[in-house]
Design a protein around this ligand. Structure first.
Ligand code: ADP
Length: 479
């Protein structure tokens, strides 16, 4: 069974968030299932530079108004199809925004072209390969399902995975004539969304099946509170909706073998973690004394509850804790964290920016990771935390609720607790959880047990890859 995955990011070539990790890990996780997966991604400069001997696999004279080619290449065990369309993707900024952080005005064309290319591959545009199933990720690829449905390929099973319903790819109706779709596609049954164009909406409406990245988030998005305006449609598709929790690449995230950390360790050599903690203290210029070090590795946004952390920062220090933050995002949130750091030199420290190696050291050296998200489709950093003995403190929502077992009395005595959950997601809720964290920290036996139990959790792709494999098989049966 051949599978085409279509996505706007793939680790290790180009990443802005968890989407890239999943798209990069899934083909490898499926390796044992005889389901070869090729991934179609845009030819951003970061991708083109890393391609070695790519082969031209197809040519388009006019792909939504621009010439384009498909290049076939292998990179880090990934089987890639790269959409080489310089007019769309050869830019100096990020994948979605220019150097100043502004969305590219032609994002609709860039990602409609990606989706169209995905559908053309399914039509048989490559001489030697054709997918049996097409799996599209997020709004940037969701239109693939629409192109399949409305260009004579409705017999090709399609799957859309929602990594975050907050990003929907909405555009004005003026682009409709340029999408190369028949008029009936711009309807409730297609990609029309309250008179506008909704890329994700179209994908959710037309895909054979829909997945999201945790069972709890799959339930949450059927409600108005989490549905982001699409809960009606999500409810409509409930019979074809499943939540499959993400795994992590346990070879890249492996405290026993991680070149980004100061000293490798395992469950039986947890004491070596102290070397990483020391490295973290030095890297962030913290005072060298006792008390838990909390870390945050995150986009700094409202979704991630970063304002709650800023609100509690002084209190955390007053309680004897320290805080290190790696992230970038909302300027106001960056500002309030920077102000907290200025008030608490040696206790709170920030690195603004994106730094993959440092994110490893933080998981290896900090004592706990804070993830107070208001909603969280899956979340990956709590999984890294489990694997590295960096105890997760999480909001009880989405994938966070599904992957962390709260250290309540019962779970502690049954020796299954792996972290701390809290609700409601408010500063007060987080404060209550942190009180429990400080308490557990003062009991080294309890703390070590929490770390151990976390490190024993299965955060690999194995079970989830089975679920995707079963889903692909069931789609093929339906076909
Ligand atoms: P989201 O995709 O919503 O941003 P996830 O938790 O699913 O959140 O995934 C975030 C991914 O990005 C994780 O791999 C995390 O380690 C990484 N990450 C986030 N911010 C940074 C940063 N500033 N530097 C390095 N890695 C980061």
């Amino acid at each position: 069974m051949n599978i085409l995955s279509v996505a706007s990011e793939i680790f290790p070539l180009i990443k802005t968030g968890g989407l890239a990790d999943v798209v990069g890990a899934l083909p490898l996780a499926l390796a044992g299932h005889h389901m070869p997966m090729r991934t179609l991604v845009p030819g951003y400069p970061a991708v083109m530079q890393k391609l070695g001997d790519a082969r031209v696999a197809a040519d388009f004279d006019d792909l939504l108004g621009t010439p384009a080619r498909l290049l076939a290449a292998r990179y880090a065990d990934l089987d890639l199809l790269v959409l080489d369309a310089p007019e769309l993707f050869e830019r100096t900024g990020g994948p979605y925004t220019d150097a100043t952080g502004k969305d590219y005005p032609d994002n609709w064309r860039r990602f409609a072209a990606l989706s169209r290319a995905g559908a053309e591959i399914a039509r048989g545009r490559l001489a030697d390969w054709r997918p049996d199933i097409v799996h599209a990720h997020d709004w940037q690829a969701a239109m693939t399902a629409v192109y399949l449905r409305y260009t004579g390929l409705q017999h090709v099973p399609s799957l859309v995975t929602v990594h975050n319903l907050a990003f929907q790819g909405q555009f004005g109706a003026d682009i409709v004539p340029q999408l190369g779709l028949p008029p009936e596609a711009f309807s409730m049954e297609g990609f029309e969304y309250y008179g506008d164009v909704g890329f994700l909406k179209g994908g959710l409406r037309t895909a054979w099946a829909v997945t999201t990245v945790s069972p709890t988030y799959a339930r949450e998005i059927t409600t108005p509170d989490y549905g982001m305006g699409l809960d009606g449609l999500v409810n409509d598709r409930a019979a074809d909706l499943v939540g499959i929790v993400n795994g992590i690449d346990t070879t890249i995230w492996d405290p026993a073998n991680d070149r980004h950390i100061a000293r490798p360790y395992t469950r039986s050599t947890l004491r070596h973690r102290a070397v990483n903690r020391q490295a973290l203290v030095e890297r962030f210029g913290l005072d060298d004394d006792d008390g838990p070090i909390f870390c945050v590795v995150s986009r700094l946004t409202w979704q991630k509850g970063i304002d709650l952390i800023a609100e509690l920062a002084d209190w955390i220090v007053a309680e004897g804790g320290k805080l290190v933050v790696l992230g970038a995002g909302d300027e106001a949130l960056e500002g309030s964290l920077l102000a907290a750091a200025a008030r608490n030199r040696g206790r709170i420290s920030l690195v603004i920016g994106y730094n993959e190696p440092l994110s490893h050291l933080m998981q290896a050296g900090a004592d706990a990771i804070l993830i107070p998200s208001r909603f969280e489709p899956c979340g990956l950093t709590q999984l890294y935390g489990l694997r590295y003995g960096c105890v997760p403190v999480v909001a009880r929502t989405g994938g966070l609720a599904d992957t962390i077992i709260d250290a309540n009395e019962a779970a502690l005595s049954a020796r299954v607790a792996t972290g701390f959950q809290f609700t409601p997601v408010s500063a007060e809720g987080l404060r209550q959880a942190l009180r429990r964290v400080f308490h557990a920290w003062r009991e080294p036996k309890t703390w070590t047990r929490l770390q151990n139990q976390g490190m024993k959790s299965d955060v690999s792709w194995e079970k989830s890859a089975d679920r995707y494999a079963n889903l692909y098989s069931s789609l093929l049966l339906r076909a």
